[in-house]
Design a protein around this ligand. Structure first.
Ligand code: PBG
Length: 325
């Protein structure tokens, strides 16, 4: 054949191939989501998430030391509290002794240079499982919820978290949280906004992990984004940037690569992506059936997320991936 272009030429040259690789994964890309529990004695497996555990306070401090040894330095903490501490208003969110606040204090005492991200939302603490307070009509009351989130964010800052991450999708919360942090003297604490958080079916295993799943699957479509809407996601990203977010996040990640790409193109802020529990568990499930190769699929999914534009990636595969890099 007489061909003007033979793209395969370089592909056959392994040294050149490595040089022209457009994107690669580094250990600095990853943030590990970690579940801390106030009611387990030893690390407790989560059935729907292989190799992921709920950690009691003491165990998590020593586990962090092990993760740091392999080069994992950034963690997003998620609380799992006992049912007796849950109520309709999620009051545990503003208890300074609540488990994730205590965990942050302990971790920071031992590991000053660890990056800790606080999840700011009410769902781990509400008995109905919603991310906010329910009003008399049965809807989540935006402004009342934001007031509590602001208090919770200030307590997180006091406890030593470096970054607060509102994951609730209430309107105007980023701006209000910024004001509250500044007023309390925490200008240096950053906000990672769950800006484009979709109403996804992939959160199921996470809800098991924090025991917020109900008998009926919970409907968060009154605040989370419709999976069909790209332009509305752009609006959310823009608003959070205007309100003072330091990092914009898209969640879930792999089903929303187009949103990650747009976020990157339309903003100068760093873009984070959250590869959520269901994205993790589906790869695991298929590998357990012998249908997919776990590590290869994990790597490919993370590479896709990075290629789309994510600077930071929250993933339950963080430890596994770093060990393979
Ligand atoms: C809620 C929250 C959720 C996740 C993180 N924060 C679930 C939800 O909206 O119900 C999901 C993360 C995952 O699935 O891994 N504040």
């Amino acid at each position: 054949m007489k061909l003007d272009r033979r793209p395969r030429r370089l592909r056959e040259l392994s040294v050149a191939k490595a040089m022209i690789r457009e994107c690669s994964l580094h250990k600095e890309d990853f943030i590990l989501p970690v579940f801390v529990s106030d009611h387990c004695e030893t690390k407790e497996p989560i059935k729907s998430m292989p190799e992921v555990y709920r950690w009691p306070l003491d165990a998590i401090v020593s586990q962090i030391a092990q993760w740091k040894e392999i080069g994992l330095n950034a963690f997003a903490l998620f609380p799992c509290v006992m049912p007796q501490k849950k109520c309709s208003k999620g009051k545990e969110a503003i208890n300074p002794h609540s488990v994730s606040f205590e965990a942050a204090k302990k971790i920071k005492q031992q590991h000053q240079d660890t990056l800790l991200i606080a999840d700011i939302a009410l769902d781990p603490f509400t008995d109905h499982g919603h991310d906010g307070i329910i009003d008399s009509s049965g809807k989540v009351d935006n402004d009342l919820t934001v007031e509590i989130l602001c208090k919770s964010a200030v307590i997180a800052a006091q406890s030593g978290f470096d970054i607060v991450a509102p994951s609730d999708m209430m309107d105007g919360r980023v701006g209000e949280i910024r004001k509250s942090l500044d007023k309390a003297g925490y200008e240096h604490v950053a906000i990672l906004a769950y800006s484009a958080k979709f109403c996804s079916a992939y959160y199921g295993p996470f809800r098991d992990a924090i025991s917020s799943s109900q008998i009926e699957p919970i409907d968060k479509s009154g605040y989370q984004l419709d999976p069909a809407n790209h332009r509305e996601a752009l609006l959310e990203l823009k608003l959070d940037e205007q309100e003072g977010a330091d990092i914009l996040m898209v969640k879930p990640a792999e089903p929303y690569l187009d949103i990650i790409k747009s976020a990157k193109e339309n903003s100068s802020l760093p873009v984070a992506a959250y590869q959520v529990s269901g994205e993790y568990s589906r790869i695991w499930a298929a590998s357990k059936l012998g249908w997919l190769e776990l590590d290869k699929c994990a790597e490919e999914s993370l590479l896709g997320i990075k290629r789309a534009g994510a600077d930071l990636i929250l993933t339950y595969f963080a430890e596994r991936m770093i060990k393979k890099l």
